[in-house]
Ligand binder design. Sequence first.
Ligand SMILES: [Mn+2]
Length: 256
Amino acid sequence: MSASTLVDQKAQPETVALFVSDLHLSAQMPRTAAAFFRFLNEEASTTRQLYLLGDIFEYWAGDDDLDDPFNRKVVDALRALTDSGVALYWMAGNRDFLVGDAFAQATGMRLLPDPYVADIGGQRMLLVHGDAQCTDDKDYMEFRSQVRNPAWQSAFLAKPLAERKMIIQGMREGSRDAQREKSMAIMDVNTTEIARLFDAQQVDIMIHGHTHRPGIHREAQRVRYVLSDWDCDGDVTRGGWIAADSTGQLHVHTLR
Ligand SMILES: [Mn+2]
């Protein structure tokens, strides 16, 4: 065996965790859903941990919608993954924060708080969805504190499923109109808020999604990775994931 072969083997540490967010899965985006199922089969199945970091679904009306055929397909695919021994973690996004214990039980996943610090490959990694850091968008922050309130959630979940879906549909149309009017800057995370979060959690690595602005932002020793949203149903394919190896290094993968 040559020396270069030894070097090559050493250069390939095992992938131990994958991170993904903002798939916005719905029955209306069949190619995006197919790409996610392929990702679960081909990528996630070969790793130890998969972190779903929010807005995996375009919306979630409540765990009593688990019997919807599309939702059932997603749940079954996640269940197959956890049954195969991959640990699955879920962080709520701004669209699927009503996912609850019944969903967690059906899939075998663990619900994480936002923010959450994971220890992977000897590195502390701060995970957030990203919407709570978009503090320049005052209207959204107000809306967020309302819908994340447990009292609001139990009142909402007490309504019939069909009524909840109609309300959500109305909110989605309203939010599309609002987004058109808002400047691009207030739709991104606030950098002071990001710095405050790095300080508070005493970490140098952060991973989030939500903004649909994939990238890597370095400042001094700190690195912030922004996950891509997924869209395989439009003209241009968008999507990808981040992989962590056993040494705590992160690698960005773009969907082809
Ligand atoms: Mn989001």
